[in-house]
Design a protein around this ligand. Structure first.
Ligand code: ATP
Length: 751
């Protein structure tokens, strides 16, 4: 048996036991013979990067290993551990391959290292700091490709590069270099049009573009041909050897891990072994790592079978591995936390927000049809609704039973002499004063016929003039207080109606009412009396706000606009947010050091452009196409429209952070939105609702806003008015609330 000796890592910070003798030539640092590292001619990009690399390594060189995991436990479902007292150490500059069967927890381990998942117990340090802190020093290639299908390859690399602090020039040079290295398609090709393997290579290039100090690669060689796989490994070895880049990689091609400096073998959330692959091969006396892994897993399974207790299992495993290196047990190890990078760098944030805004704008304009729809649809719906609500009901069929003038044509052929006191056939005079555009009169010979027509649904009701109506009416007017019962009865016009539709009934009543007042005034005036005797003693003078003929549309149009400008961005923002989560680009951005609030803020900024256009279009529809008058400040109206849009965006984020599927988001948006519409006084005044509902309504985002909008439109009130500023305050409050809630939910979800 050969003797063990210590060999060092490239940075000299760690050493492992190795044997001398027959395994001379294997060490933690061995390179396969096929790698012609020294004969490789470096590109200008690489030279530039190497120069920078010196400074960067210095910046991060606090002596801590690249990755340290201690006593880590993680579960998604209580009682089903995915990581179970897991320990791992990845030394700086090493290539570390994490091996294990499907579902043993490799991806979860990587996700915890990059900070998109949190451990339930235990600690992780990345370069001595908490996961996520060293975001831009880490290059992450997730298992899914996690790219924007609408981006070209060049845009993709530029976006992720700038997110990690590169300038566009360096990103372009890096793109050219990686295109050649990874044999990528022309960089102008859209990612969405690439094959699966090509996309994986682009995803790999994204992890490499900013020349990170730590590369975390989740199965980078899946679906890649053997030649390219070799070139990928060549590059990783070169990075590790020449630039001290640490590589942590998972792979199902176990034997390709022979080219790494260390392998960690996982099973059921535990690390069975962490060792130089050459030593493992030697100790298990085989040339195949696959055989080693199989052997270890079988042994461990046997031990687990004997003892269900995990502590006993671990002791048994140590016995099993007595001729190999057991997992580290230095649980007291506490690497220093690097304070420098835990500080908030405002310039980094600004740079990241710029990249994110740029990305959002590109995504927006790439889907031009979607962009146009998003822009036009809210205004189109507002226009359709306003057209539908614009006019009060008209052309309403109504029966006339005129027992005074049995032949209807007599009424039509009457000689009307203006100013003459003619008190015959007054029924005809009254009918002339009923607005013809509202009431379509249908004459019936008898009351029975008219009733039958109402029952048949042909008319909304009928009006009946008794026989001799004119003379009785005149007598009633002339007699005054001593009028007898018969005169009172026979001078009465009888109206019977189908009163099932409140709006139609009100419209008919008002028409008859106004018509009667005009008719009575005309007679009095023509017969030399004061026409004001026909007026009610309760007199409605000129309105303070609105007109005598204020229509439903005047009430409803401003609040409908608020509602739709609020609703549409909910759908758009939530679906975009879910898309980003589903395609993994959101997590990928987070790994690069981006904060959730930066993603939201940047989305809001890009979306702001659409919202401004939407607000202007909605204003045009309301005022020009529909003809609604704005008495108040136009800028205030536009500002409120814009805020409504942002309100919708923030609610969309909230919904997007809760849901995982677009359909869930659409359903939740509707479930939250429609009660909002009906309760917030948009269609029906709050005053008509139960008091409890009124209080609830005041907490909804569109209630005070709709009221404020109406006040600006129809009353001309300004921001200082107590009916206006609460609308703005409510919107600001809701936007902030949803924004904070989304950030908190996102934080909670990483757990
Ligand atoms: N979000 C999640 N919710 C619930 N369970 C999860 C979640 N993510 C992973 N798991 C479970 O955790 C276990 C480990 O999954 P993980 O993806 O880490 O395995 P893996 O070793 O990377 O597998 P593979 O090699 O197939 O990618 C699996 O049983 C998986 O079903």
């Amino acid at each position: 048996m050969a003797e063990l000796r210590r060999i060092s890592f490239p940075n000299g910070s760690h050493s492992v036991e190795a044997r001398n003798g027959e395994e001379e030539g294997y060490n933690y640092h061995h390179q396969p013979k096929s790698y012609q590292v020294n004969s490789y001619k470096k590109s200008s990009y690489e030279l530039e990067v190497m120069k920078k690399n010196g400074e960067k390594k210095h910046a991060n060189d606090n002596g801590a290993p690249a990755v340290v995991i201690r006593n880590a436990s993680k579960h998604f479902t209580k009682g089903v551990p995915v990581l179970d007292n897991f320990n791992m150490t990845v030394q700086r500059g090493a290539i570390y391959s994490l091996l294990g069967s499907s579902g043993c927890g490799k991806t979860t381990t990587l996700a915890c290292i990059v900070g998109v998942r949190k451990l339930n117990e235990g600690n992780i340090w990345v370069f001595g700091a908490k996961p996520g802190v060293k975001g831009k020093h880490v290059g992450f290639m997730p298992q899914e490709t996690s790219l924007y299908g609408d981006f070209s390859i060049a845009e993709t690399l530029s976006y992720f590069g700038t997110l990690c602090g590169m300038d566009r020039d360096s990103a372009a040079k890096g793109t050219a270099f990686l295109t050649e290295l990874l044999r990528l398609p022309p960089s102008s090709r859209r990612v969405g049009t690439l094959s699966g393997g090509q996309r994986r290579r682009v995803s790999f290039a994204v992890a490499l573009i900013h020349d990170p100090e730590l590369l975390i690669l989740d199965e980078p060689t899946v679906g890649v041909d053997p030649l390219l796989r070799e070139s990928i490994w060549n590059h990783l070895v070169r990075l590790s050897k020449e630039r001290g880049t640490t590589v942590l990689i998972t792979t199902h091609y176990i034997d390709e891990a022979k080219d790494s400096n260390a392998v960690g073998v996982m099973r059921d959330g535990r690390l069975l072994v962490e060792q130089d692959p050459a030593l493992l091969l030697h100790r298990f006396n085989t040339t195949s790592l696959e055989t080693v892994v199989l052997h270890l897993c079988r042994k461990e399974a046997a031990i687990v079978g004997e003892n269900s207790n995990s502590k006993t299992t671990s002791t048994g495993l140590k016995r099993l591995l007595s001729d190999a290196e057991s997992p580290p047990d230095d649980s007291k190890f506490t690497p220093p936390v690097d304070d420098e990078d835990t500080n908030v760098h405002i310039t980094d944030s600004v740079a990241r927000i710029k990249s994110l805004v740029y990305k959002n704008i590109v995504v927006l304009f790439r889907n031009l049809l979607l962009f146009i729809f998003t822009l036009i649809i809210p205004s189109f719906i507002i226009w359709v609704m306003c057209i539908a609500f614009k006019d009060d009901p008209k052309n309403l069929d109504f029966g006339i039973v005129n027992l005074e003038v049995t032949n209807a044509s007599l009424c039509l052929n009457r000689d009307n002499v203006p100013g003459e006191c003619d008190v015959e056939n007054l029924s005809c005079k009254y009918l002339e004063n009923i607005p013809a555009d509202v009431i379509d009169m249908i004459h019936y010979k008898s009351e029975d016929e008219a009733i039958a027509a109402v029952h048949a649904g042909s008319v909304w009701g009928y009006i009946l003039f008794p026989e001799g109506y004119s003379s009785y009416f005149y007598e009633r007017a002339a007699t005054g207080a001593n009028v007898d019962e018969e005169v009172l009865n026979k001078s009465e016009i009888v109206v019977k109606m189908d009163q099932t539709s409140k709006n139609i009934v009100n419209r008919i009543k008002k028409s008859f009412h106004d018509g009667f007042e005009d008719y009575a005034k005309n007679i009095l005036r023509d017969c030399g009396f004061d026409e004001r005797q026909a007026e009610f003693t309760l007199n409605y003078h000129e309105p303070v706000f609105g007109t005598d003929d204020t229509k439903f549309i005047d009430f409803v149009a401003p609040s409908i606009t608020v509602i739709w400008l609020y609703f549409f961005p909910i759908i758009a923002a939530s679906i975009r947010y879910i898309n980003e989560k589903k395609q993994g680009t959101f997590e990928r951005s987070l790994v690069a050091g981006t904060k959730t609030w930066e993603v939201l803020f940047a989305y809001g900024m890009a979306e702001g452009f659409v919202l401004v256009l939407q607000s202007l279009l909605a204003y045009f529809v309301l005022t020009v196409l529909i003809g609604i008058e704005v008495l108040g400040s136009i800028p205030l109206v536009l500002f409120m429209f814009l805020l409504c849009g942002f309100g919708g965006v923030s609610m969309g984020f909230f919904i997007g952070s809760l849901c995982n599927e677009e359909i869930e988001a659409a359903l939740l948006a509707m479930a939250l939105f429609f009660p909002n519409v009906f309760v917030s006084g948009v269609l029906w005044p709050l005053e008509g609702m139960p008091i409890v509902l009124q209080y609830i309504a005041y907490f909804l985002p569109c209630t005070l806003t709709g009221e404020a909008m109406r006040s600006i439109f129809a009353r001309g009130w300004t921001l200082s008015h107590p009916n206006v500023w609460p609308g703005f305050a409510a919107l600001f409050g809701w936007i902030s609330f949803y924004f904070v809630l989304t950030v908190l939910i996102q934080k909670f979800k990483t757990k």
